[in-house]
Design a protein around this ligand. Structure first.
Ligand code: ATP
Length: 453
């Protein structure tokens, strides 16, 4: 059973150290958040499993980590400087600023319901910068997506890897958009993270690859993120942007309804084509271009057929923070045992859990018990699965509760009996069942538990 509302999830996230409002002690900045001790582990796990699936588990994708700040020209030629905007409507009565296409009723203010609205105007979403000692001249932008930096590096990567089409370039990293109305907790942010793949294909095979990636990405959400298929769906774009041939959103059922978490797009040759034009212009001005046979610098010549073309791009673009929210929302469970006892448990797939195991000495003042627990923690932490915590509060009930809430799959307790017969207990988060095992078998048990993840 997922959370009841994103407000409930947000307050849970704060209480349990997943997410805090950015610049919290100064009153916060809308649409900007910080990740606490549990949140940083969860988001890293999501990122890692995206990378595993898109890069390591395949043999046709390279990685890239491009800069956050890039040359103004990159965003002029990509079409963003002129075209990347949302329609802004301002209420003349209460001053509320709204994004027209997201308003409840475009004739009334979302807040005060007044109908005195200023005519919509294009509000630019990119955050411009003045880099260097330039007296405020706009010469760079914070990137609003990772994809453009991938196109700009296409030739660099092609040259240094000798890749042949089809192949892809994957990136994870921050993006910045000056959203008019950040909302829904981590759903619409001004600083967010993307996990994007640009897969370059021969134009003759584009739809074949599009269908493959569409299926692959949905399978990742269900099989790797552990989200039930009925909480996900594809929605086809009703109106395609001029350069797209096909576009689908993957949507997750948030407490307020289905909403986009990832896009799968066939962008044709728009991006490499746009930057190719830019390169031509630059080279002609700089008089450094010698080869005038080809107009396309970001083109590709197939070594087997000698065919030269601008590759088509199949893009999969996921918002990591939206994935984080969906995963948390889906895992959040309130259990009522009917006898007045309840618990909150985060039923995360163990591969995503921020803490892999908690070691709990049952008597915090018995040094031998604490020492044995510490030994166990040391032996498990070197298995490299992730964070292993020693919980020496002396209150086992509280420790179980806390670890249920942050989704720790296994709690391992050490008690007086452990000192006598060298056994420990392992408690399963979901069933709450406990088994007793010789401590000498724990490493194998643990390695097996996490081996299949
Ligand atoms: P939307 O229609 O919600 O504004 P978009 O279609 O503009 O999103 P894309 O540019 O395709 O989004 O970006 C790819 C992904 O990046 C989205 O599916 C989403 O998960 C994520 N994303 C985009 N904008 C934001 C944002 N402001 N906050 C958080 N995630 C975002």
């Amino acid at each position: 059973m997922p959370s009841k509302s994103l407000e409930e999830l947000a307050s849970f996230c704060k209480r349990r150290g997943f997410v805090f409002q950015g610049s919290d002690i100064y009153g916060g900045v809308k649409g900007i958040y910080d990740y606490g001790p549990m949140g940083v582990e969860l988001i890293k796990n999501i990122r890692r499993h995206w990378w595993n699936s898109v890069v390591y588990n395949r043999d046709d994708v390279e990685g890239l980590e491009a800069s956050l700040i890039s040359h103004r020209k990159a965003w002029q030629y990509s079409g963003h400087e002129d075209g990347f905007s949302d329609p802004l409507v301002v209420c003349m009565k209460c001053g509320l600023r709204m994004r027209q296409d997201k308003m409840v009723d475009t004739t009334k203010c979302d807040s005060c319901k007044a109908s005195e609205l200023a005519p919509p105007k294009d509000f630019k979403l990119m955050i411009g910068l003045s880099v260097g000692a330039t007296e405020g001249e706009l010469n760079a932008y914070l990137r609003p997506e990772t994809a453009t930096l991938t196109y700009i590096n296409f030739k660099n990567i092609l040259d240094c890897t000798s890749r042949k089409i089809p192949f892809g370039i994957a990136q994870t990293g921050k993006a910045f958009r000056n959203e008019i109305a950040p909302r829904n907790f981590l759903f619409r942010l001004r600083e967010f993270e993307q996990a994007e793949l640009q897969f370059f294909v021969n134009p003759k095979t584009d739809m074949e690859w599009f269908e493959k990636w569409k299926a692959d990405r949905m399978a990742w959400w269900t099989d790797i993120m552990g989200i039930p298929a009925e909480r996900l769906r594809f929605t086809e774009h009703e109106q395609l942007i001029f350069y797209a041939k096909a576009a689908f959103d993957i949507e997750y059922k948030f407490p307020y309804g289905f909403d986009e978490v990832e896009g799968v797009h066939n962008r044709q040759d728009y991006d490499l084509g746009s930057h190719t034009k830019a390169q031509d212009e630059f080279d002609i001005k700089a008089k450094v271009r010698k080869n005038t046979d080809s107009t396309a610098k970001l083109s590709y010549t197939d070594p087997a057929t000698n065919e030269t073309y601008i590759p088509f791009v199949i893009e999969t673009a996921m918002g990591t923070n939206r994935c984080f929210t969906a995963v948390l929302d889906n895992a959040y469970t309130e259990e009522d045992f009917g006898d007045g006892n309840t618990r909150i448990v985060l039923k995360l797939h163990p591969r995503l859990s921020p803490v892999k195991a908690a070691i709990i000495p049952l008597a915090k003042n018995v040094p031998e018990i604490v020492a044995m627990a510490e030994e166990i923690r040391k032996s498990l932490k070197f298995l490299g699965t992730g964070r292993i915590m020693l919980e020496n509060s002396g209150n086992v009930g509280k420790s179980y509760r806390r670890h249920d809430e942050i989704g720790t799959p296994l709690c391992i307790t050490v008690d007086h009996q452990s000192l006598e017969d060298k056994t420990i207990t392992i408690r399963d988060r979901d069933s709450m069942e406990q088994i007793r095992l010789p401590a000498s078998e724990l490493r194998d048990y643990f390695a097996n538990f996490y081996r299949t993840l």
